[in-house]
Structure formats: structure tokens, C-alpha cells
Design a protein around this ligand. Structure first.
Ligand code: MG
Length: 381
């Protein structure tokens, strides 16, 4: 039996929660396309992202530790896959559209610059007088303009609901192009889930990688409620495990607890709000997907700890500082010699200006490409 797109749409109607985003009710794409016989609109979005160049480059972009410094440390790609996995679990438990939620998670970091957040800050500084740089905005630029795959439009022509999910940290969400809908306050629950799953993933895996690299020591973690509660629980159940095995299992339990907390808290918030459609979700004054108050407080404590002891650790900062210096020099070199830019970027100089075109070019680079490019441009350095 072949399961057609119509059959999947019917299945969504029968099985998803009333406040889930159904693929059959998508507001569509900027450039209308005929429906696919087998795949729903969000399954097509998912495939378009997987097959993009920006997605493949995530493999060689930094999460926290400079790409290539450790074979099992997270890269931007493995971070993304962890976010997808957590997103799927929460979306499924809440009866949401997993295809949409996963596709948003898959695309959420496409716009990241090389060298992680340090690279983003450096690029933002270099672009201060020209509109700045933000990886969330860059993800949208990538899928709407920069990726070249189709002969009849720029970008990947993703659905409105996918683009909505990438408008992270906006206070007002824009209606789909050509629609008469008003601006609204929140995205779909699928987008809200992907957003929180990102946090759950990086809180836990950055802690894991920090321990693995001995930049964080277990003795420092007793002050963190999130760690202590899971640690004590694991020790009660498995008193014999120690060291790396203990740390790894505590991290696993932290993720599990965070996911369970978000599912329970969000389910209660959905019931209390009385929403019965995705449009009502969008009109809510606040996001419905959230941690419990207790866990939100504990996560804030963890976040502060990670900034102080990992992201700003002298070893990490020194490595990133050197990498960002190179990024700055390469940026200036392209400004001085625009003929060095690739052909696709050169074509954008006219409409976006030289600074934005150079910024797009650098943001698209992997860590290693930028290091190679630096060596080519400054052979004596
Ligand atoms: Mg992320």
C-alpha cells in the first residue's frame, strides 16, 4: 500500500492535537508550487534543509570548542541533531506535528558563523555600522535568499510555518506574504518546542563537553540545583558508579527530567489557556511551551555557571580570540579586494552592499575553510 500525501493529511487530522499545526492548513510558500504526491509540505521542508549546503557545513562549525579539537565533542551539526531528537520527543508527547517541529529544529542554526558565539560577536562588531549580524536572522537570509537550488526562485522556498519558526526572539511575528492576517504574538507550538529544545540540548551537552575536557570539574557542580538533584538521585540508584560513567548518566537524567518537566508544564498551560486551534496559540499573550518555575530558576543558575566557567574559560576564550582575530583580518581583506569573493556572493554586492555580501560569505564558511582562507591570504602570518 502506498501512503499518499492525502492519506498523511487525513492521519494528521485524526491523530494530532487540535492546537497542532496541520500540514494541510499551511499558509503556503512565497512561490506557489504544486503539491507533492507523497510528501506533506513540512516533509518537503525537512528534505530541503537536509539537502542544503548550509546544513552540510554545520559539520565543520564550532559549537563551543573549536571544530576539530576533539573527535567526540559537539559540533554545530551534532548539536542540531540533539535538538531535533529532543524536539521530536516533546512534540510527539504533546500531540503536535513532528514533521514541522523537527524541520524547524533542523534549520535553527543554519545561519551560525564559524567559531560559534565568539565568531558571531566578532562578525556583529565588524558589521556594527551596516546592520549588525545575528545568526537567527542569518538562518532566515540563508533559506530565503542565499541557498541556490531551484531555477525559478531564490532560496529554498520553505513554508510560512517553517519561516515563522526561524523568527526567534522576535516580539511580533509577521503574517505570511500575501496574507491579510494581522501580526501576532507567538509562533506555533511546534516552533516553541524547537526553541526550548535548543536550550535543553546545549545546557546539557555543553556541560558534558566541559566535563570531558576537564574545563569543568564535578566538585564545582554541587552548587547547581539541576546537577545536584539528578546526581543524588543517580547515586541513590547506582551507588557504585563513579567518574565519567557517573557524569554521563547524570547528564542523561538531566535531559530526561527537563523534557518531562516541559511536557507536563506545557500540557497544563495548554489546558489552562483553553486554546483549541493553532490560531488561538498564536494570539496568546505568552508562549505556552515552558519549564516549570522551579526548573526555569535552576536552568538560569546553570546558564550563569556555564557562561562563567565554560564559555568564558580562559582556554576557550584564548582559542576563540585567536580565531576571531583571523576572521577580522579575512573580513578586511575581502573589503579591500572584493574580486576574491565567490561568484554567488559577488552577484549580491550590487543589491546588498559590499559589507553585507562579505558578511554573508564569511558567515557561510566553516571553521576550517576560514582557517585555510586565512593561510592563503596571509601566507607569512
Ligand atoms: Mg542551537
Amino acid at each position: 500500500m502506498i501512503r499518499t500525501r492525502e492519506a498523511t493529511i487525513a492521519q494528521e487530522a485524526a491523530t494530532l492535537a487540535p492546537y497542532a499545526q496541520r500540514s494541510g492548513q499551511s499558509a503556503g510558500r512565497r512561490h506557489p508550487e504544486p503539491p507533492h504526491p507523497l510528501r506533506t509540505e513540512y516533509q518537503r521542508d525537512y528534505a530541503r534543509i537536509i539537502h542544503s549546503r548550509a546544513f552540510r557545513r554545520l559539520e565543520y562549525k564550532t559549537q563551543v570548542f573549536l571544530n576539530g579539537t576533539g573527535d567526540h565533542l559537539r559540533t554545530r551539526l551534532t548539536h542540531t541533531m540533539e535538538v531535533v531528537s529532543i524536539t521530536r520527543c516533546i512534540a510527539r508527547a504533546l500531540g503536535l506535528n513532528e514533521d514541522l517541529a523537527e524541520a524547524i529544529a533542523l534549520a535553527h542554526d543554519l545561519g551560525h558563523a564559524p567559531f560559534g558565539h565568539a565568531g558571531e560577536e566578532a562578525l556583529d562588531g565588524l558589521m556594527r555600522a551596516h546592520g549588525g549580524f545575528d545568526h537567527n536572522e542569518q538562518s532566515l537570509r540563508l533559506v530565503e535568499l542565499i541557498e541556490k537550488k531551484y531555477p525559478h526562485f531564490e532560496g529554498l522556498n520553505l513554508t510560512f510555518e517553517l519561516l515563522e519558526g526561524l523568527q526567534k526572539h522576535r516580539e511580533i511575528y509577521l503574517p505570511p506574504p500575501g496574507s491579510h492576517a494581522l501580526c501576532y504574538l507567538n509562533p506555533s507550538l511546534e516552533a516553541q518546542v524547537a526553541n526550548l529544545a535548543d536550550e535543553i540540548a546545549y545546557y546539557s551537552h555543553d556541560l558534558d563537553d566541559g566535563l570531558d575536557c576537564h574545563l569543568i570539574h564535578p566538585a564545582q557542580l554541587g552548587e547547581l540545583d539541576v546537577w545536584r538533584e539528578s546526581h543524588d538521585d543517580v547515586k541513590r540508584r547506582f551507588p557504585e558508579i563513579e567518574g565519567r560513567e557517573l557524569n554521563a548518566y547524570v547528564i542523561r537524567c538531566i535531559i530526561d527530567r527537563e523534557v518531562e518537566d516541559v511536557v507536563t508544564t506545557t500540557d497544563a498551560a495548554i489546558r489552562a489557556s483553553g486554546v483549541s486551534s493553532v490560531e488561538e496559540v498564536r494570539r496568546q499573550p505568552h508562549p505556552l511551551v515552558s519549564y516549570s518555575e522551579g526548573l526555569a530558576r535552576a536552568n538560569q543558575q546553570l546558564r550563569t555557571f556555564l557562561y562563567a566557567h565554560l564559555y568564558h574559560h580562559p582556554d576557550v576564550a584564548q582559542m576563540n580570540g585567536r580565531a576571531c582575530e583571523m576572521l577580522g583580518r579575512v573580513f578586511e581583506a575581502y573589503l579591500a579586494k572584493p574580486h576574491l569573493l565567490g561568484s554567488i556572493t559577488s552577484a549580491r554586492v550590487e543589491c546588498d552592499g559590499l559589507h553585507r555580501a562579505v558578511c554573508d560569505y564569511l558567515a557561510g564558511m566553516t571553521d576550517r575553510y576560514l582557517l585555510d582562507e586565512y593561510a592563503r591570504l596571509f601566507p607569512a602570518a
